[in-house]
Design a protein around this ligand. Sequence first.
Ligand code: NOJ
Length: 775
Amino acid sequence: MKAIFKRTSLLLMGALIGISTVQAQKSPQDMDRFIDALMKKMTVEEKIGQLNLPVTGDITTGQAKSSDVAAKIEKGLVGGLFNLKGVDRILEVQKLAVEKSRLGIPLLFGMDVIHGYETIFPIPLGLSCTWDMAAIEKSARIAAIEASADGISWTFSPMVDISRDPRWGRVSEGSGEDPFLGGAIAQAMVYGYQGANLQDQLRRNDEIMACVKHFALYGAGEAGRDYNTVDMSRNRMFNEFMYPYEAAVEAGVGSVMASFNEIDGIPATGNKWLLSDLLRGQWGFEGFVVTDFTGIAEMIEHGVGDLQTVSALALNAGVDMDMVSEGFVGTLMKSIKEGKVRMGTLNTACRRILEAKYKLGLFDNPYKYCDVNRPKRDIFTKEHRDAARKIASESFVLLKNAPLAAQKNAAPVLPLKKQGTVAVIGPLGNTRSNMPGTWSVAARLNDYPSLYEGLKEMMAGKVNITYAKGSNLIGDAAYEERATMFGRSLNRDNRTDQELLDEALKVAAGADVIVAALGESSEMSGESSSRTELGLPDVQHTLLEALLKTGKPVVLTLFTGRPLTLNWEQEHVPAILNVWFGGSEAAYAIGDVLFGDVNPSGKLTMTFPKNVGQIPLFYNHKNTGRPLAEGKWFEKFRSNYLDVDNEPLYPFGYGLSYTNFQYSDIALSTPTLGKDGSVTAVVTVTNTGKYDGAEVVQLYIRDLVGSITRPVRELKGFNKIFLRAGESKTVSFTITRDLLRFYDYDMNYVAEPGDFNIMIGGNSQTVKTAKLTLK
Ligand code: NOJ
């Protein structure tokens, strides 16, 4: 696939830009000369040292802890450190490298800045539901400004792993199930972090290097279990999973992280086809490859050799930097002596790390990211927080909005009126530390308002906001503990379930509306948080049932890092607003949407199944030879289940608004497309409701007959528009031959003549259709 989206203008963000020291323009020859001269002075040991990214201590994931890092830095045995927070500490460590090591080579300081630094944006899955590339780029831009102000020059983001399995907790960190959208987001994020392309060598001190991860296919682990085996055909890889990585490379991403999983039986970390032939050979990647954490040492457990063997395997495959394993510093010297690794291979890897440092401008000024005056000025500013609040409110997906069952013709429950008493009830209702969501390493966990606190503050003098916890997160205390690690405790309540429920019902009795804050804790998704049951946890379900029995309007305000199974909720709860984990400003953003100051416009980027047995369930599936006839949910000897239909609960692209949008039929500029031309597909979208609102207009295409089987539909374009109540706008998509290409059986990237269905609509299932013929 070729990138369709080009960068949104950073000029729009001029106001956001803080301090900027622009490096003098340098030619690639200047860089080569500089690095040649430096490498001439380096010992073999020092070259290996550049490839070493040891644990700093104080880290959030993993098992290993290495001590005496300082001594290693002084000996030139460290290339960078990661997840160290605070510009003062980073300055101190950088000084060790620059002033105490023989050659004074500066260190890279990396961090998992995944969805913001201290100003936290929605978890990436939520962010993707905005379908707003400018907003996503802006979130990365702000993250770069804040992280760089605190000494960080490198982020381990974007995570672009396509996943179709919500059992996998890390779906929260990615952009959902679609490669086209995922590719666009990957590019927006790379541009946001890196600003001008690294190759331009104009890196400002508020732009940082990005790292696309996890290369490759990490989201396709069997049974949704983290770190599990992956096995897929090349055809599926290239048609359905690889594009977002390629798009990031095309956008100039400076580094790539290898994934934990195997590919075709060889762990990605030691897979030469993946890291060299494809990534560098075919895609032209020029940056460096880092392992994911102990990826090298883990190859021992994969069963491909001892530490020396797997370290050599990794380097020879194309890995340049060893995160945590210390397999390179520990064994490469020996492997070189024994002829298992060539000096030239080491030199290439070392050069790539030095080039990254050069392009960041660290040789010009190793303290470029160590301006101790910046944090105060650039981190968690009002401007950044305002942007985060707006973007968070765009990420929420309104899953249902109906009147109370007893008042069929009344208005839907949302938006709420700014009057009376609103009770916030549920274990997610008053927890500060769970607001930012998983993978927020630099978050100030206790400084962000909980939902209850935020609503109270916003509605002071207008709405009386009350609160009760109502239940613990999960009945099983041990499960709750596993699901609330890293300072995200929900402070388990020792009262009995009944006592908690009684209190909640008392609070509910005094309220006009109940906002039920239920779902997952932030650490129920993310790394190593796979689940096999995806319903609301037991005690929360009991609470919700009891709240509904009061007969009062209940808004399920759903916190989650993944699609959940919500059949019962869809049937019984009048309004469901999925708020994911919205970040530092989530409470205010939720208030903005609940009380109608913002009309929700988020659209799902991952299918919500009806039950776990349907998984993997995704919108761009193949038809099979025995599809169900339209309108049927079961037929004997057809591809279906006895106990549930094939349909999702909420399809890809789905999301409601407080208003309604009507689509006209599609007008094609011509029904046939020649070799070089293009066709425009135009629809008119009308806001037929009473509220102004935004709509994500989606283009899907189906190739009706192919030399290999083709998906029933694939996203090929989208456009987010804003319409005032009553307003109409025309939206047009340009369809070229390029948009119709796919990898055929022989892995040629082709567009085959024939008929195509062109579909446009507000989600992947409700579309208008027109026919196009490719000559
Ligand atoms: C392991 C995770 O898989 C990866 O995403 C992260 O960047 C590294 N740890 C570093 O924290």
